[in-house]
Design a binder for this molecule. Sequence first.
Ligand code: ZN
Length: 91
Amino acid sequence: MIPMKQTGQGQGTQVKVDLKDAETIRCKECNNYLWIQSFILKKLSALVSPSGQEALIPIQVYSCGNCGKVADGMLDGSGVENESNFPSLDI
Ligand SMILES: [Zn+2]
């Protein structure tokens, strides 16, 4: 048995945030500010998967509750780009 080292501190630091100072993210398309939680599913092929098996990776994003547009920046690094003006790249 390996003893688990437990530091005595929990989540002690509470940061007080005034939400009035926080920016409300609005949809750039329709100015709506309510978002729906949704997921992009990425399928990792067995060739590049660390487990050597095909894997599904869910990436949580928020999409506009009105027009469905995914919030800006949420798609960064996901490999999902704006469909328009996306250059076709055949490897
Ligand atoms: Zn929208």
